[in-house]
Write a protein of this length. Structure first.
Length: 278
């Protein structure tokens, strides 16, 4: 019986026959043919598949059997369910999900910059705020001028990317999204600052020759590598924040860095604590 009901409602024409007989009452063969606008051979085929759902009297009038009425009620139930607005159950976010996103967001900055800025949840925001807070806190240990320079570089990057995106490509990116992305892109700057701070506080104890070689290595190896990393991070941060393609994002980022380098040189910024001024 269940199979008969399922087979009866499993085709559009059969569903129409059930609905016609339920809503308009018993109908003759010719009336069904007219209502359905199909050929007689097609109607005969579907009627043969619905024998257990239909009753046929001596006049050739079709009506629904008890199983046919059951099939109609099932159809009505399904129609009502489809019309109901679907309510998705909202589960409270798991703390593990939050932590997992934070860890993934940070690790992707180091291992997969292309994916790093696709994280937009609370975990990614936590990483952004943590990196930004550490950057400004540690720079303050080097003095007022250092923190002012770091703040200028960050705000300059933020303003130039937004301004160039709007001015060149008429794009209005989300300032909040780019703010969090731009903070995460400061990771190389934070690493350079940590290195310089370790030297400033004499946390690294080596001889004069080793110290000189260490400074040369930082200046000509570490800082250029960090600058390239910064360029890559800013490139994908801009792309994800503005919806520009990579080539247009590259233009915006390169112009931003060139302008910042020029202004930093004019203002006499330290070449030791900023990635882009190497």
């Amino acid at each position: 019986e269940v199979n008969a009901v399922i087979e009866g409602i499993g085709h559009e024409i059969r569903r129409k026959i059930i609905l016609l007989l339920a809503e308009k009452g018993p109908m003759k063969y010719s009336s069904l043919l007219s209502e359905l606008s199909i050929q007689s051979g097609v109607l005969n085929y579907h009627l043969s598949k619905m024998e257990s759902l239909l009753d046929k009297d001596e006049d050739g009038t079709y009506s629904l059997s008890e199983m046919g009425i059951l099939a109609y009620k099932l159809l009505e139930f399904l129609r009502q369910e489809i019309r109901k607005p679907q309510r998705l159950e909202r589960r409270p976010p798991s703390p593990w999900t939050f932590l997992s996103e934070a860890v993934s967001s940070f690790l992707d900055l180091c291992t997969n910059p292309r994916r790093a800025f696709t994280h937009k949840g609370a975990g990614a925001v936590l990483v952004s705020l943590s990196l930004g807070g550490l950057l400004f806190l540690l720079s303050s240990l080097l003095g007022t001028r250092a923190i002012m320079e770091v703040l200028f570089i960050f705000l300059g990057t933020f303003a130039l990317v937004l301004g160039l995106s709007a001015g060149i490509y008429a794009i209005r990116p989300s300032t909040t999204l780019f703010l969090t992305n731009c903070l995460r892109a400061q990771l190389p700057e934070l690493i350079l600052l940590l290195i310089r701070l370790a030297l400033f506080l004499n946390l690294v104890r080596v001889g004069e020759l080793e110290y000189s070689l260490l400074l040369i290595g930082i200046r000509y190896v570490v800082q250029p590598a960090l600058a390239l990393w910064t360029l890559i991070l800013l490139l994908f941060a801009t792309k994800e924040s503005t919806n520009l393609d990579l080539s247009k994002s590259f233009v915006v980022v390169i112009l931003t860095i060139l302008v910042l380098r020029m202004v930093a040189k004019l203002l006499g910024f330290s070449q030791e604590i900023h990635v882009i001024t190497f």
